[in-house]
Design a protein around this ligand. Structure first.
Ligand SMILES: Nc1ncnc2c1ncn2[C@@H]1O[C@H](COP(=O)(O)OP(=O)(O)OP(=O)(O)O)[C@@H](O)[C@H]1O
Ligand SMILES: [Mg+2]
Length: 490
């Protein structure tokens, strides 16, 4: 534990009062247990509920005193030095008597006591500041989380007379998922996962990630998306998929291989309905990590005037949830610095760019955009994203695949449909429009009690005017713009 050394230094330097702001009581207790052995001082803990308890000279002692000042009076009279960890003392720190007693105990030259005040928030009164040190407990490390999982498993094993089943990969993933939580919260989640069936499996991981996200609740700016996708659901975008496949292992590795930094993110630019949002979701699904969506709309609407703070908070949550995908859909809508209200978006952009540049956590950002005019140029500068991909309208072979995916997805048999013909007929169709044609055709076939056929879909294609026809100039401009600044996704 990193804390041990620092605490030893504090105690060695004779500071009698240590103030710890934390929720993580079990962790504090575990650390001071070890300190107590190191310094050979008996350890006592006190809380309103349990009173004072501890061990000295080999025997247990317990004093059911729930009033802090009486306990402090008792400590003041003790003739040998001890280590006293007092929980939930914040509400008492305004009482003159408590302050007086703490002062006297800490000024006692004959008995070198160490008093540790623990509470989620501590306002240390001026009178005590001179004799005290504030100490910050960091969150448990991966090693400590592993020890904790071992403990919970052993407890379950003893109770049930068999051992907990868990694969190494699952434990590793679990440890990663628990990072950022206090020991208390992490232990509770692990206990729940183990105690239902004695097995730690992939399903538990998803549950734990969801529960963790709830603990970190960020008021709706960031949403936890359960609905991810797989690369198999996405037709085409072959270069993008290959790029992502090459980076997956390094991104998920606990220790990044020498010379390779985990990727930070990509921007998907392109025509409407080309599958950008779908691709963003499938990164999370294919890499097996949580998908968090940052919604600028909520950020602006819900927290007028507090947008930057809330953005920072959301980004921090993403850091804690790492490894994860942070998906910002239609990023240009939230960051457009054009027009009169450029003020707040400019600052938001600044906050986002700073985070993108400085973060060390494994948050893979996937941003999508289709309006290049509205995209702030700063975002496109080299080094912001690892790569900017251009998602164009699907080519014929990709259209074939999109038909197949969407027909099969709706429990229809794509092998009875002439996919080649449909692909040829649907020139300039986007993926979204192809999906729409399949859905409408399915309705038509239902209406006349027939199974879905090539003809049904063909009919739908012939009555659809793809957006790309209406917007051909815009798309041409987009392609030209993209050819110099982006790489093709397919
Ligand atoms: N390449 C594809 N493979 C399979 N399905 C696709 C593909 N492209 C689009 N689709 C279907 O169309 C739907 C809409 O596409 P999506 O929302 O991902 O497009 P988009 O590029 O984000 O569009 P927009 O710019 O309008 O947000 C997807 O949910 C998916 O069902
Ligand atoms: Mg989209």
């Amino acid at each position: 534990m990193r804390e041990l050394k620092d605490l030893e230094l504090i105690i060695d330097s004779g500071i009698p009062l240590i103030c710890v702001e934390t929720d993580d009581e079990p962790r504090v207790e575990a650390v001071f247990k070890r300190i107590s052995t190191r310094f050979d001082k008996p350890l006592y803990t006190w809380s309103v509920a349990t009173g004072l308890q501890g061990r000295s000279s080999g025997s247990d002692m317990r004093m059911r005193e729930t009033e802090l000042h009486k306990v402090l009076t008792h400590i003041r009279q003790m003739k040998f030095s001890g280590l006293y960890v007092l929980f939930d003392v914040h509400s008492h720190l305004e009482e003159p008597l408590t302050i007086r007693l703490l002062r006297e105990i800490s000024q006692n030259q004959d008995v070198a006591n160490t008093i540790v005040l623990v509470a989620p928030e501590l306002d240390v009164p001026q009178e005590l500041k001179a004799n005290s040190a504030s100490f910050e407990f960091s969150l448990p490390s991966e090693e400590e989380l592993e020890v904790m999982i071992g403990e919970v498993s052993r407890e379950w094993g003893l109770k049930n007379k068999k051992s907990v089943q868990a694969k190494r990969e699952v434990i590793d993933a679990l440890i990663r998922n628990l990072r950022g939580l206090t020991t208390t919260d992490a232990r509770r989640l692990v206990t729940n996962a183990i105690y239902d069936d004695g097995v730690l499996a992939e399903e538990d991981l998803a549950e734990i990630t969801k529960a963790k996200y709830k603990l970190l609740d960020t008021d709706g700016v960031l949403s936890f998306e359960m609905d991810t996708a797989r690369f198999n659901d996405v037709a085409g975008l072959r270069k993008l998929k290959a790029w992502l496949d090459r980076r997956k292992k390094v991104f998920l590795a606990t220790d990044a291989p020498k010379g390779l930094d985990p990727s930070k993110g990509i921007l998907l630019l392109g025509v409407q309905g080309g599958g950008k949002s779908l691709a963003a979701k499938s990164v999370a699904g294919s890499w097996g990590i949580p998908l968090l969506r940052l919604d600028f709309g909520t950020l602006y609407n819900k927290y007028y005037g507090e947008t930057e703070r809330n953005l920072r908070q959301s980004l921090k949550t993403a850091d804690v949830m790492s490894p994860c995908v942070l998906w910002i859909d239609e990023i240009e809508k939230g960051l457009s610095t054009e027009g009169d209200d450029g003020g707040p978006s400019k600052r938001i952009l600044g906050t986002l760019l700073t985070w993108m540049a400085e973060r060390e956590s494994k948050v893979f950002m996937v941003a999508t955009a289709n309006d290049i005019e509205a995209l702030p140029p700063e975002l496109l500068r080299k080094g912001r994203f690892d790569e900017i991909f251009f998602v164009d309208l699907p080519s014929e072979d990709v259209r074939r695949e999109i038909f197949r995916i969407h027909i099969d997805k709706r429990d229809q048999d794509s092998s009875t449909v002439d996919l080649d013909a449909l692909a040829a007929e649907s020139e300039l169709f986007s993926g979204a429009e192809i999906e729409q044609a399949v859905v409408s055709a399915l309705y038509s076939s239902h209406a006349v009690d027939e199974t879905l056929s090539t003809e049904h879909i063909s009919n739908e294609i012939s009555v659809t005017k793809p957006l790309a026809v209406l917007m051909s100039e815009k798309i041409e401009y987009l392609r030209e713009w993209a050819s110099e600044r982006t790489v093709p996704a397919d």
